[in-house]
Write a protein that binds this ligand. Structure first.
Ligand code: NAP
Length: 289
């Protein structure tokens, strides 16, 4: 790792918590008026298999956020040895349950379960995480329906401080959950986008060209100051738990070079949850209005 002066800080904090609170307050109002019209709240069902400790924290945070804005949440817990067929049946029942607007399958799944098979069973109309092939295909076709929550939250954060049109953007990571949809969303905003991954060469040099960097790798401190163009906008998606601390992908040395940087925690995380709420409200509106 390069030896940077980490004391000097010029990057401004691009706070996800503040934007999330603002968007959640607007959602609260929207839900209140929907309840007046329909006499029922939007409902999110979470299918949670196993006991992954990080997932437990995320599911709890999602439930609390639902409660805060007036969305009913139902968590369906299953032991890690649950048969795939049982889960498929559960998802089909939720698809057919008119009182459920959105369904989320909490990832990662325990070993032995195939995420693709479960996502294939999920109705695209209730896929509020935007991860079914149908919804990812619509995003690719520039006819988005439900957009994956993390990249959707990142785009809002980015647009707080920069117009992506004509800018160079680099997305680190190419997962279906974050990297690929993120690159598509930036491209849809007319940015010129590069997506790099574990086999990419000269990653720091590619990143130094970027006005916008989105790091979604899961390697704490990977992105150091020598990846950064002075004044650029850096979005840190990474969340890794290390010795009781939550770490992002971005090294603290980046503070001395970037123009804007999202904190971890308090950056992308709250926006991901907020977009899950707004996608659930969207599903409710499509279902009931
Ligand atoms: P993932 O499926 O493991 O994907 C990681 C990606 O990083 C892969 O595409 C991998 O390349 C790439 N990669 C690995 N080493 C690299 C390197 N040195 N340079 C550039 N790319 C490299 O992870 P994910 O689900 O996308 O999540 C990424 C991180 O975001 C994790 O820390 C996760 O916990 C976090 N996350 C946060 C939120 C939030 O709300 N804040 C939401 C979702 C995920 P290959 O494809 O070649 O393997």
């Amino acid at each position: 790792m390069s030896n940077f002066n980490t004391n000097s800080s010029i990057a401004k904090t691009l706070c996800g918590t503040t934007l999330a609170e603002h968007q959640q307050a607007l959602l609260c109002e929207r839900i209140k008026s929907l309840k007046q019209k329909t006499s029922k709240p939007p409902c999110l069902a979470v299918v949670f298999v196993g006991e992954n400790p990080s997932s437990l924290i995320y599911v709890d945070a999602k439930q609390k956020a639902c409660q805060k804005v007036g969305i009913e949440s139902r968590v369906l817990n299953f032991p890690s040895n649950t048969a795939q067929e049982t889960l498929i049946k559960t998802i089909q029942n939720l698809n057919n349950d008119a009182t459920v607007d959105g369904i989320l399958i909490q990832m990662p799944l325990p070993e032995g379960l195939n995420a693709n098979v479960l996502l294939d069973a999920l109705s695209p109309e209730k896929d509020v995480d935007g991860l079914t092939p149908h919804n990812l295909g619509l995003l690719m076709s520039r006819r988005p329906s439900f957009i994956p929550c993390t990249p959707l939250g990142c785009i809002d954060l980015i647009k707080q401080v920069i117009n992506p049109e004509g800018k160079r953007a680099v997305v680190l990571g190419r997962s279906l959950l974050v990297g690929r949809p993120m690159a598509l969303l930036l491209e849809a905003e007319n940015a010129t986008v590069a997506m790099v991954h574990s086999k990419s060469q000269d990653v720091p040099a590619i990143c130094r060209e970027a006005d916008i960097i989105v790091a979604a790798v899961g390697k704490p401190g990977l992105i150091t100051a020598d990846y950064i163009k002075p004044g650029s906008v850096v979005i840190d998606v990474g969340i890794t738990r290390h010795e009781g601390k939550i770490c992002g992908d971005v090294h603290e040395s980046v503070n001395a070079v970037a123009g804007w940087l999202t904190p971890v925690p308090g950056g992308v995380g709250p926006m991901t949850i907020t977009k899950l709420l707004s996608n659930t409200v969207l599903a409710f509106e499509r279902n009931h209005l």
